[in-house]
Design a protein around this ligand. Structure first.
Ligand code: HSE
Length: 401
């Protein structure tokens, strides 16, 4: 079984390592060797053990009839989209970690794979190495999924963990960059865009109807300060960037935002670059998936699991529950959360007028000159309306149940 890798970076390099180090286990399971035949990259890799396999010509890989599975680890939309389409069109399965491509064009690519009797698989696109996505298309298919709640971005979770320990945002970001977690341009991570793409994929799989990342309200972590952590610590909360999916009455609601998470909640115990996801099924109740959300070998392990699945089903299509049917979007009136709000101390009465008498005031050890409170459960729409009626808002976070 010949395979190729597109993109010899962190994930592509990891896939080469997994194929090499677990060669025997892979051959045992597959019944034959899985042999790396080509690597596509514009760069050259003098001295690398796979130096001779590297080409900058995608057509050369396509022309090799013996290649049956391709790992696309290029990232970005273009030319990953075009290369994936060409490969699937030829009946070659493609396995990817590219959440941008999957969340944007996934349904079309899955349909093309189905038409050409091959597979488009993307386990590594959400939750790094955690075997999180496959259950949505296999063991959970009979369940009515009602909620998916996850810590889905390793970089921001690392930053929030450092801030919890007293680092300022800028220091924590710098440390994340030094450790190789955050990109030089960290926008996609810190603004929640990466988590949004992952949430869109989860929402689409959970409901069996497509949710575009463009439809998901997204807030990142750049507005969080040491003041928020002071309140969180004083009142027994952690702060986590959460991807939240709610499915009721045939509609899907999703959002990405930083939440206060009670210390006893399992997601509060997810630190550093780890990810976790709680899935609620109507018969099953809650199940939680936890593990390394990033990292070369962990993510590559998930890609290789897909490559094996595709190889074992060479000539046929491996089902994934990602369809072209657009999801019915949940009304903002139906999306409910509790909110932690900080206002100037002069705005206490206005806050009570806007949010009602049921708000719970909160204190922080070393914060003066402001009022902070948690609202009862209200809709996203009601929150926005109330917020707009207040002049002196210093910040807000949602609160996880
Ligand atoms: N930038 C991503 C993260 C990589 O930090 O989670 C894994 O998808």
């Amino acid at each position: 079984m010949k395979v190729a890798i597109l993109g010899y970076g962190t994930v592509g390099g990891g896939v080469a390592t997994v194929l090499e180090q677990n060669e025997k286990k892979i051959a045992q399971y597959l019944g034959e060797d899985m042999t790396l035949a080509h690597i596509l990259d514009l760069r050259t890799f003098p001295g690398d053990r796979n130096e001779d396999l590297v080409t900058d010509d995608f057509e050369k890989i396509l022309a090799d009839e013996s290649v049956r599975v391709i790992c696309e680890a290029m990232g970005g939309l273009h030319p990953a989209y075009e290369f994936t389409k060409k490969a699937l069109d030829k009946g070659i399965s493609v396995c990817t970690s590219n959440k941008e491509l999957v969340s944007t064009h996934g349904p079309e690519l899955v349909q093309l794979a189905k038409d050409r009797h091959c597979s488009y698989l993307f386990e590594a696109s959400v939750g790094g190495g955690i075997p999180l996505l496959r259950p949505f298309s296999t063991t959970l298919m009979h369940e009515r999924i009602t909620r998916v709640t996850g810590v889905l971005n390793g970089t921001t979770n690392y930053i929030l963990t450092r801030m919890e320990e007293g680092d300022a945002f800028e220091t924590a970001l710098l440390r994340a960059q030094q450790k190789g977690y955050a990109e030089k341009d960290p926008t996609a991570d810190i603004e929640g865009i990466d988590a949004c793409r992952k949430t869109a994929i989860l929402a689409s799989l959970a409901g069996g109807a497509y949710v575009s990342p463009d439809e998901i309200p997204t807030e990142g972590i750049t507005g969080i300060t040491s003041v928020d952590f002071d309140y969180a610590r004083t009142n027994g909360y952690a702060i986590r960037l959460i991807g939240q999916v709610t499915l009721t009455g045939g509609a899907t609601g999703a959002l990405v935002a930083p939440f206060l998470v009670p210390e006893e909640h399992p997601l509060a115990g997810v630190h550093d670059v780890f990810n976790a996801c709680i899935v609620h099924g109507n018969m099953l109740g809650n199940v939680m998936f936890f593990g390394p959300g990033a990292g070369d070998k962990a993510t590559a392990s998930a890609v290789v699991s897909d490559m094996l699945d595709a190889a074992l089903h060479d000539g046929s299509h491996v089902f994934v529950n990602l369809t072209n049917v657009p999801a019915l979007r949940m009304d903002d009136e139906a999306m409910m959360n509790r909110f932690f709000v900080r206002v100037d101390e002069t705005a206490k009465n206005a806050a009570v007028r806007a949010f009602g008498e049921d708000i719970t005031f909160m204190e922080a050890r070393s914060v003066r000159g402001e009022w902070a409170f948690i609202t009862p459960k209200i809709s996203e729409q009601a929150f926005r309306d109330a917020l707009h009626s207040l002049d002196e808002v210093r910040g807000y976070l949602r609160v996880l149940k």
